[in-house]
Ligand binder design. Sequence first.
Ligand SMILES: CC(C)(COP(=O)(O)OP(=O)(O)OC[C@H]1O[C@@H](n2cnc3c(N)ncnc32)[C@H](O)[C@@H]1OP(=O)(O)O)[C@@H](O)C(=O)NCCC(=O)NCCS
Length: 114
Amino acid sequence: MSEQTPTPPTVRRVDDRHRYEILVDGARAGLTAYRDRGEQRVFFHTEIDDAYAGRGLARVLVQEALTDVRAAGLRIVPVCPYVAKFLTGHEEFGDLTDRVTPETLQWLDGELGR
Ligand SMILES: CC(C)(COP(=O)(O)OP(=O)(O)OC[C@H]1O[C@@H](n2cnc3c(N)ncnc32)[C@H](O)[C@@H]1OP(=O)(O)O)[C@@H](O)C(=O)NCCC(=O)NCCS
């Protein structure tokens, strides 16, 4: 029997749902959600489904999402604790990152209706 090489996960931006999704063998395994505020892309929540946890998928997802932010000429605001933690280990995104302010959080609450 021959071993099958696992298919690498893919990441896609879903504009109308304001999120990036990570797919494993075509199935959605998780997402990172954002809202845009002018030139800032404000990331507020990342989740990986339990069935796919612990494989480093969040890292792949956020790496691809932030690379897409750079390509789009936008800036990153890491409200999501996972994205904030990711950024502490990835200085290459430092020039694109804006700090989270109380005013940003207030704006986000309004956007999310909470
Ligand atoms: C956090 C989460 C997205 C990680 O997904 P994952 O692909 O299973 O990630 P891994 O297991 O490969 O990696 C775990 C890493 O996430 C970090 N992590 C786990 N929970 C975290 C949290 N709440 N905030 C920040 N970082 C977190 C771990 O410290 C670890 O970091 P390391 O790689 O530097 O050791 C996933 O556990 C999840 O969906 N949790 C529930 C929702 C949540 O708490 N989201 C984060 C805040 S919005």
